[in-house]
Design a protein. Structure first.
Lengths: 139, 139
DNA sequence: GAATTAATTGTATCATTGTAATAATTGTAT
DNA sequence: ATACAATTATTACAATGATACAATTAATTC
C-alpha cells in the first residue's frame, strides 16, 4: 500500500559477508544518513527479495534482526517501517512516568476484577517467569 | 441511532500481540470491570476500525471470537451488543484470562522500555502500597 | 401505508504481509 | 573426504487488508 520507495541496495554475492548482514548494514546506513526517515515503509520482504534476486526469508531475517535492534518495526500482515524514536532525553524522562502509569493501569483494571493484592503481584511474577519462552527475548 | 459510546481502546502495533487479540482483551476487561454494561451497543466494525486505523475485518474477527465466547452478540445488519449477563462460569474464566492478559500487557510494554524484571515487580508493589490513598479522590 | 430503494451492518473469500519450522546448501576445519 | 556450523531456501502458517456480498434498517416514492 503506499510509500514503499525503491530502496536501492547493492548486494555483493562474492564478498563473503552474509546477505542478511549486507542488508542490515545498508539499511542502518540509510537510516543514519537520513535517506530512510522514521515512519517510512520499507519494501515487503517478498518485494525486496525479488528485486535483489534472493530468498524472501533472507530479507525477513535482516528485518527481524533490525527489529530486535530497535531500528525498524515489523508488523505481521501490515508491513515494515522505520522506527520512530523519541530523543534519548525524552525517552529517559518518559521511562519512569510511563512505567508508573502502566503499573497503575494494570492495578486499576485488576482491582475492578476484585483481584487481591497477592494475586496481582503473583500474576506478574508468573508471567515474567514464562516470558522468555513465549517471547524468545533478545537477551 | 444508537448508544455506541466511543469505546476507548489502545492498540500497540509493536507489542507482538495480534490486534484482534488486543481488541478482545480490552473489551473483555471493560465488560468484567463494568465499563461496558449488558445490552450496550458496541461501535460498528467500520467505525471502530476507522478510529483505530485498522482494517474493519480485524475488528470483525475480534467481534466474532467474542461472540463465540458468549461475551457479545453480533447480528448482521443490526449491530453488536454486550450480552445480557455472562454466566458465572464465563465470568470466572473471563476474570482469569483477563488478569493474565493484563499482566502480559503490562510486562510487554515495560519490557519495551527496557525495564528489568525487578523494576517491573517493584513498581507494582509501590503502586499497590499507595493505591488506597490515591484512589480516594476518583471514587 | 405498502412497495421500493438506499444506507448501514456484519459475513465470506481471497490476496498480501510477516513468521516459524525445517531442510538443503555452502564454507571451513579436521 | 568428513563433519560441523553458518547461511540460505522450501514450505506451511498466522495476521491483516481489500473486495464483494447478504441481512437488516431507514428513507423514498407512489
Amino acid at each position: 500500500m503506499s510509500s514503499q520507495k525503491p530502496l536501492t541496495l547493492h548486494i555483493d554475492f562474492r564478498s563473503g559477508l552474509p546477505i542478511y548482514i549486507q542488508i542490515m548494514n545498508q539499511i542502518e546506513q540509510q537510516v543514519s544518513g537520513g535517506t530512510l526517515k522514521p515512519g517510512a515503509q520499507l519494501p515487503t520482504v517478498r518485494t525486496l527479495a525479488s528485486e535483489l534476486r534472493i530468498n524472501f526469508n533472507t530479507v525477513a531475517r535482516a528485518y527481524r534482526l533490525l527489529d530486535e535492534a530497535g531500528i525498524i518495526s515489523t508488523q505481521q500482515g501490515r508491513g515494515t517501517y522505520i522506527l520512530v524514536k523519541p530523543p534519548p532525553e525524552v525517552e529517559e524522562r518518559l521511562r519512569e512516568e510511563t512505567l508508573e502509569a502502566l503499573a497503575r493501569q494494570y492495578i486499576g483494571e485488576a482491582k475492578r476484577l476484585n483481584c487481591s493484592n497477592a494475586e496481582i503481584i503473583q500474576k506478574v511474577r508468573d508471567q515474567l517467569k514464562s516470558w522468555k519462552e513465549t517471547q524468545l527475548d533478545s537477551e
